[in-house]
Design a binder for this molecule. Sequence first.
Ligand code: ZN
Length: 198
Amino acid sequence: MEGKYFIKDHNEEINKHEHVIFEFEDGTDLRYHDTRKFGRMNLVLKEDLETVEGVHKQGIEPIDPKLSKEYLYENFHKKKLPMKSLLLDQTIISGLGNIYADEVLFASGIYPEKLGVDITMDECDKIVSSSKRIIEEAIKCGGTTIRSYTSSLGVTGRFQQNLMVHKREGETCKNCGTIIKRIVVGGRSTYYCENCQK
Ligand SMILES: [Zn+2]
């Protein structure tokens, strides 16, 4: 939450919020900037990685080729929980936050409160392809975050312009013209198009 990395020249003055600095041989630093000090870092050997709490429980990342429709179906179809909550469950897919979960559900045509038990293999396939595409596009655009995100070059996330539903309550769906709605699912603000998402 709110932690950022910056690439800076090694000679550049250290900001008081830069708590961890990785020095590279080419004279640059990778600096971890954390105003609120919510971040945690562990120094571990690669072979011990699975023993670190929070790592062994992590699910599969969207851009990992191991993320398959079969894996998602296995993890979703026994659960009587809304799909929005299941997409945010970091032990299933790791790395989808509130913004991208809304966007993936829209791109997959899935109503956010649809339960995991009712999800089909075909829908899981759509979640796999849309989450890969959306995350890849977002990385290319330098992220999304409206408030606190800046890339290493200080550029704010341009992916906001590509958002189809998130934070677009009252605006029209870019796909069908229906008014985008906001509901709360599992305590999280959720935006969707009632016409495009069933
Ligand atoms: Zn729509």
